[in-house]
Write a protein that binds this ligand. Structure first.
Ligand code: 5GP
Ligand code: SF4
Ligand code: MG
Length: 465
């Protein structure tokens, strides 16, 4: 998901709409905005679909007046995959004796099931099926007299991954979980401030990046300025490495590094690790593009757009059902026959999940007359589900969890299939010595199976680590 908050800017909701539009790649199912205005109080709107289809309409935006606003774009993960109800769309809102508070959450709480049971038993009335709603109910039960401390209380009870933005009548509050699994940045625009999942959404409104919120940090932006604190027990940071591989936009800066440059470096590492004698390097657009550029640069083999993407389709994986996902590849990608014909080709993609994309693309490329097809993948084999806010299927559906690399190559029917090594990936992500096996610098559980936070709810449901 993507989260975005603005404080101290006239007609803040319009800026939030733009920010959410820039974060649309993080969630395309639905979006919501809550705005606060001194005269009319808190107002909100939630809609299914793209931000640009709703939050550009004057009639809707006029219902969201005020200098402070908070928004969220949603894609459903572990909880309610693919059947989002409008009541699941964030931000969530709670009216407390001390005034209202809206909350937007990116990530996934790993103890939400047990928390929800406990809260319901004690009288909480849940409105949605979302794990994030627990935060509001925990806040409601806190005995503290101000929102900031109530948020601290609430977030001390939850486990897992959370980047949270909260908005009260006078404050915008940003918090990252102790490991900083999901990203959050602070920006400035005039006298106002912005909190955003990614820096690309600062650029769109002309805001300047101030800095990243640190893992475990809470920042409170209010009339007295900005206060920073670290309310949780300190642990080693483990930001999500898959943000760098795929999830974040390439024009964002993440952990002080350009995401584009990281991906290009992944391609360079891949070319060093797994070269092949071919005529052409092609990305699987768009997610494989920077890595393909790096691969071509390192190998000296020409780069070409052998696959053309129809930009009017969303990301295939966000389509919830298998049937639509299967069609999706063909709806979205087409082969550039004139370039491919008669050539030996390396295709570079970011990841193999179920293997549907790669299989279809290989067929399309061979149909178009390629002589040989090789795959190079910009991440290690995806062998484990993510329980921290990225939608990966169960293990049975993960190709790499059920097959060896050689079996996958055979299954795909390609001349060669190589994944970047975990150390190569870490090097590309700025850890020159490679992954520290005893204390890894990133979360890489979907590749390593080493979960930095115990997936408590999943284990209760029978998941075996
Ligand atoms: P596959 O077709 O192998 O299931 O999906 C791989 C493609 O889906 C990749 O090209 C990648 O761009 C995209 N993808 C990236 N991340 C994810 C993810 O977390 N889950 C899923 N299902 N697909 C992803
Ligand atoms: Fe990111 Fe993978 Fe960790 Fe999920 S399991 S947070 S996708 S690195
Ligand atoms: Mg892709």
């Amino acid at each position: 998901c993507g989260i975005y908050g603005v404080i101290g800017v006239k007609d803040a909701a319009n800026f939030v709409a733009l920010g959410l539009h820039a974060l649309q790649h993080r969630g395309q199912e639905a979006g919501g905005i809550v705005a606060y205005d001194h005269e009319t109080g808190f107002n909100s709107a939630r809609r299914f679909g793209y931000v640009r289809d709703h939050f550009t309409k004057k009639s809707l935006m006029e219902t969201l007046p005020g200098d402070n606003a908070l928004g969220h774009v949603r894609y459903s993960t572990a909880g309610a995959k693919g059947n989002t109800a409008i009541r699941d769309v964030q931000p969530f809102f709670g009216e407390f004796s001390l005034g209202g508070c809206a909350i937007a959450h990116n990530g996934n709480l790993t103890n939400a099931d047990s928390l929800r049971k406990e809260l319901i038993n004690r009288g909480s009335i849940f409105q949605s099926s979302s794990d994030s709603e627990c935060i509001i109910h925990l806040m409601a039960r806190s005995i503290h007299k101000n929102h900031t401390n109530r948020i601290k209380d609430a977030l001390s009870r939850v486990e897992g991954a959370f980047a949270v933005i909260a908005m009260t009548r006078t404050k915008l509050i940003g918090v990252r979980d102790p490991r900083g699994v999901r990203p959050l940045v602070l920006g400035q625009i005039g006298d106002g401030y912005v909190l955003s999942s990614e820096t690309c959404a600062l650029d769109i409104i002309g805001a300047q990046l101030v800095r990243e919120i640190e893992p475990g940090e809470m920042i409170v932006i209010g009339p007295e300025g900005i206060e920073s604190s670290f309310p949780f027990e300190r642990v080693s940071p483990r930001p999500c490495i898959f943000e760098k591989v795929y999830f974040s936009r390439p024009d964002s800066i993440l952990g002080g590094q350009s995401v584009y440059e990281t991906r290009r470096q992944i391609g360079i590492e891949l070319a060093k690790e797994s070269p092949a004698d071919v005529d052409l390097i092609c990305p699987v657009p768009d997610s494989g593009t920077p890595a393909a550029i790096g691969f071509s640069h390192e190998s000296g083999i020409p780069y070409g757009m052998g696959i053309i993407r129809n930009s009017y389709m969303g990301r295939t994986f966000i389509e919830p059902s298998e049937q639509i996902r299967n069609m999706g590849v063909r709806l979205k990608l087409n082969v550039n026959r004139a370039l491919i014909e008669g050539k030996r080709v390396i295709l570079v993609d970011d990841s193999v999940v179920r293997g549907t994309t790669s299989l279809k693309i290989k067929e399309m490329i061979l149909d178009a007359g390629a002589k040989e097809v090789h795959f190079r993948i910009a991440s290690p084999p995806t062998m484990w589900p993510c329980f921290y806010g990225v939608d990966t299927p169960d293990r049975e559906q993960l190709l790499a969890a059920t097959m060896t690399e050689e079996q996958m190559r055979e299954h795909m029917g390609v001349a060669s299939l190589k994944f970047i090594s975990i150390n190569g990936l870490y090097r590309a992500c700025g850890v020159k010595s490679g992954r520290n096996a005893t204390s890894p610098e990133y979360c890489d559980a979907c590749f390593s199976g080493e979960y930095p936070v115990e997936p408590r709810d999943q284990i209760a449901k029978g998941f075996e680590m």
